[in-house]
Ligand binder design. Structure first.
Ligand code: 1CP
Length: 359
């Protein structure tokens, strides 16, 4: 595989397809961000949304962790809220808080006024950034969008929430309106992700970070059908489709059943248990506790190795954290993790042997 004139490291894509790899691939959710002094310096002049709207700068920020950490994939620098603006809802990203809506979405009229937008028209800067990156990056680029439940939670609550009261009450008490909201969000995000792939993204991740706040039966009744439709639509593109949320141990089997080809796992569920739940037809991604990056290097190394042993028990494994890099993480710790992952012998992945055969 080549991007422009560069030979591209494709072990990330191979692992997504459960093919043998020379080394375990690694990238980190939120790998571009505040832990990096160069990013903090850029943020003194530009807001996060300024960066997203400036293709050259955005491409530079996307690339920074590839050069500094040696990760095997880049993730587009953006935010899950960027397309929410394009759907017609105003918001701001507030320091130490996160996304805050100008006016929360609560009524039938609010839902009716949401636009399933045309990405080329509303977010041309995202696609321009991707086109630029696809020709220059030495690793595959992951495009992304928020999952419908997670986006709905910000829109309906008006900002970050602990218990999602308004969102869940809308879902339970007005399933008709909830269905309209989920349809619009899943259609808009599928269209947005399709445009990202057409512009040059080699894989996509749906960040449904807060979907694990739902019971299994609520997920099945009120969210899964829309994820399934989204993933079926995107499957035609032939790229890996990663679906991720935190606190989702009980939902993992449903994630695989819904059509994800890579299932993201948070740190609470051991990867061997995750594998039992999802079966062998999907790849797994995860799941080092992001807080372990604050432990001394020898302790961190043991944690990394535990994750690696469990992850490489079966083919199709991508090392990652169980959630995003925390802003005060030491860059040197992330560099160490990449080195340890890359020097680990991925026995099961190359030889396809079982745990018993290896013992
Ligand atoms: O300027 C800043 O540094 C503010 C922090 C920040 C950053 C770095 C925000 C505000 N967004 C981002 C970029 C971002 N957001 C990326 C960058 C690409 C990467 O390197 O990974 C990505 C993938 C996201 C996705 C995102 N935004 C998610 C899903 C992933 C996750 O962490 O669960 C969510 C939930 C958001 C909302 C959001 N935006 C920003 C914050 C602080 C939050 C979370 C607020 C909350 O806890 O509810």
């Amino acid at each position: 595989m080549r991007n422009g004139d560069f030979a591209v490291n494709n072990r990330f894509l191979r692992a997504c397809r459960r093919e043998p790899v020379d080394r375990v691939p690694v990238w980190f959710m939120r790998q571009a961000g505040r832990y990096d002094p160069e990013y903090r310096h850029i943020r003194e002049t530009y807001t996060l949304l300024d960066i997203c709207r400036e293709p050259e700068l955005c491409a530079r920020v996307t690339r920074m962790p590839v050069d500094k950490l040696g990760v095997d994939a880049a993730i587009l620098f953006s935010d899950i809220m960027v397309p929410v603006g394009a759907m017609g809802m105003s918001f701001s990203l507030q320091e130490h808080v996160g996304p805050v809506m100008e006016r929360p979405l609560r009524t039938e009229e609010d839902i009716a006024s949401l636009r399933v937008f045309e990405p080329e028209e509303e977010l041309p800067f995202v696609l321009e950034t991707i086109r630029h990156l696809a020709n220059t990056l030495p690793v595959p680029l992951i495009g992304f969008a928020g999952g419908p439940f997670t986006l709905a939670s910000y829109m309906v609550e008006g900002g970050p929430s602990r218990d999602y009261v308004h969102t869940k009450v809308l879902m339970l008490a007005r399933p008709d309106l909830w269905g309209r909201l989920m349809s619009k969000l899943s259609q808009a995000m599928a269209r947005y992700l399709r445009a990202q792939v057409q512009a040059g993204a080699s894989a996509v991740q749906i960040f449904d970070s807060w979907v694990g706040s739902l019971s299994v039966h609520a997920f099945r009744a009120h969210v899964k059908p829309y994820i399934q439709a989204m993933l079926a639509d995107l499957a035609q593109l032939g790229v890996p489709l990663i679906y991720f949320g935190v606190h989702t141990g009980e939902l993992l089997a449903d994630f695989a059943e819904a059509g994800a080809t890579v299932v993201g796992v948070d740190w609470r569920t051991p990867l061997d248990r995750a594998r039992q739940r999802v079966g062998t037809s999907v790849a797994l991604q995860g799941n080092l506790d992001p807080v372990s990056l604050f432990a001394p290097p020898d302790v961190l190394r043991r944690e990394v190795e535990t994750v690696l042993w469990l992850g490489t028990e079966s083919p199709g494994y991508i090392f990652n954290l169980g959630h995003g890099v925390k802003p005060t993480t030491d860059l040197a710790q992330l560099q160490r993790v990449v080195e340890w992952v890359h020097t680990f012998e991925p026995k099961a992945q190359t030889a396809h042997c079982t745990k018993e055969e290896r013992a």
